[in-house]
Write a protein that binds this ligand. Structure first.
Ligand SMILES: CNc1ncnc2c1ncn2[C@@H]1O[C@H](/C=C/CNC(=O)c2cc(-c3ccc(F)cc3)cc(O)c2O)[C@H](F)[C@H]1O
Ligand SMILES: [Mg+2]
Length: 212
């Protein structure tokens, strides 16, 4: 059966990153994706936009939908303000296991909690089970067809409050048209689009600030 792509990524990180150095983990994953096997991390070009929003928002409580191998979890947790914490939801057990080890290499185990399960089940549990009252920022990067239903779940469960920043990857490619239409036409969101034209593909991140 052989190793999965995600196991090969983890192996590369273990061989090329410096333990306890989150930047070296991010760099190693970017190099692997560029030189060996492309992988669906937010990556180094769009990652700069994620970094900018992190510096702007300085979230104490950050929620990520879709951990995958932990690239964006490491990239964002590295930029959390003191005392900040990242909760990242992942329903694929193999990916969650890989991500946990990537996070270990980065030395960020105390700043990141991987919540294993489907977002649609975990979001309603955030308050009671995980004692999360509300979050300061959400990074959406899971199945694109789930951005809108999960945004509505976050609203209905009172997880997002006035000023919470939603940052969504891939709103152009693969695309999340229903989510875009919703936040851009809703009076309850203030939206900004961050387009990236790079060699491979045109895409954009959407920042939608919840107005309450
Ligand atoms: C639905 N609820 C879920 N709950 C918990 N974990 C989940 C849930 N749903 C998915 N996951 C988890 O979230 C991840 C899913 C990421 C999906 N990402 C992409 O498809 C994606 C695709 C491209 C792409 C671009 C060009 C091209 F030619 C081909 C692909 C680029 C990107 O940046 C992406 O993020 C993980 F895999 C899955 O287990
Ligand atoms: Mg993505």
């Amino acid at each position: 059966s052989g190793m999965s792509k995600e196991e090969r990524i983890l192996d590369w990180v273990k061989q090329h990153a410096v333990v306890g150095d989150p930047q070296s983990v991010v760099d190693a994953m970017d190099v692997y994706s560029r030189q060996k096997e492309w992988s669906m991390h937010v990556g180094d070009i769009k990652g700069v936009i994620v970094d900018k929003v992190m510096e702007e928002v300085k979230p104490q409580i950050l929620l990520e939908l879709g951990t995958y191998c932990g690239y964006s979890a490491v990239r964002m947790a590295h930029l959390l303000p003191p005392g900040g914490h990242l909760f990242t939801i992942e329903f694929n057990e193999s990916f969650a296991t890989i991500a946990q080890q990537v996070i270990e290499v980065a030395g960020l185990r105390d700043k990141i909690s991987i919540l294993k399960g489907p977002s649609q089940e975990i979001i309603p549990q955030l308050k009671k089970k995980y004692e999360i009252n509300s979050v300061d920022m959400v990074f959406l990067d899971h199945w694109k067809s789930r951005y809108l239903p999960d945004t509505k779940l976050l609203e209905e469960n009172g997880i997002i409050r006035k000023g919470t920043v939603l940052l969504a990857d891939n709103v152009i490619c693969p695309g999340a048209p229903d989510f875009l239409e919703y936040v851009r036409n809703s009076k309850r969101y203030e939206c900004t689009t961050y387009p990236v034209e790079n060699i491979r593909v045109n895409d954009a991140l959407e920042k939608a600030v919840f107005l309450g």
